[in-house]
Write a protein that binds this ligand. Sequence first.
Ligand SMILES: C[S@@+](CC[C@H](N)C(=O)[O-])C[C@H]1O[C@@H](n2cnc3c(N)ncnc32)[C@H](O)[C@@H]1O
Length: 281
Amino acid sequence: MSDLSLIEEIPERLDEQHIFTTKTLGFLIHPNIPTTSPTLKIADIGTGTGIWLLDIARSLPPTCQLTGFDVTSSAFLPPQVRPPNVTFKLQDMFLPFPDSEKGTYDLVAVRFVSSATPRAEWARAIENLMTLLKPGGWLQWIDSCNFSLYNSVAGTSRAACQEIYDGLEPLRSKDDIVIGLMMREQKNVRRVDKFRELGLVHVHEDVFSTDRLQDPGLQLREKGTRNIITCFLGCLEELVGVAGGWSKERIETVKGEAMSEIDQGVYHTLDQVCIIGRKPV
Ligand SMILES: C[S@@+](CC[C@H](N)C(=O)[O-])C[C@H]1O[C@@H](n2cnc3c(N)ncnc32)[C@H](O)[C@@H]1O
């Protein structure tokens, strides 16, 4: 597992990212996955604040069982404010799940779980998550790729935002990184092939650009750009002291400049990718 997957996340950033992602995709659970059973059992891996699961809880009958797993409990919602059918459990997605959990889930969902994962580890995680599925159960994996920066006003700079993007280049150019924020262009990584090689069927991938969000009143473009720049800065903070990493002072300076650029209309786009596959019956 990459060290970067253990970045201390800001709950508010995750919850805001949830809104942008859901608006971009237009669904929480892919429409090819049936959700009509009143006793659905759903796992959310790397659940963070559990915001995806809590949204699901609002749209499904209370007889469905929803479990969020995460390697850290730091963002878990306290038990007194959780719906009774929502549970959170500590679990590293790379380690075997308890026997009591295996083969019991109709849907295992994963979203934005790692910043940089080599293909071998990604496959290892998928295999481990497949042990949770009932025969006929579905895996849904959501992540982002293809980040780009744009001006919206002629003559303004996007140098600082670009510097932040480029600061993560050593990770992007690492061998065989396929998933997470550093995910390469979709044509190179053959994600659906990997799902099929691991035995999943009815495999399908959708890719949606954040450019489809056209709601200036909500300032989605500006807020989404700040959100992702903050996320990238978090990655750079994790790399302080690592060979090729930045100093804290440089991060602070470039952060200030980048936020001014966003004030002047610089924005980014990215693609939200959703891959689904079904465990054979
Ligand atoms: C960027 S957050 C995404 C949170 C949530 N999935 C969402 O979409 O709002 C990544 C989450 O993955 C968790 N995580 C990282 N590595 C993990 C692992 N090996 N096993 C389980 N969870 C992990 C982190 O603790 C963090 O909560």
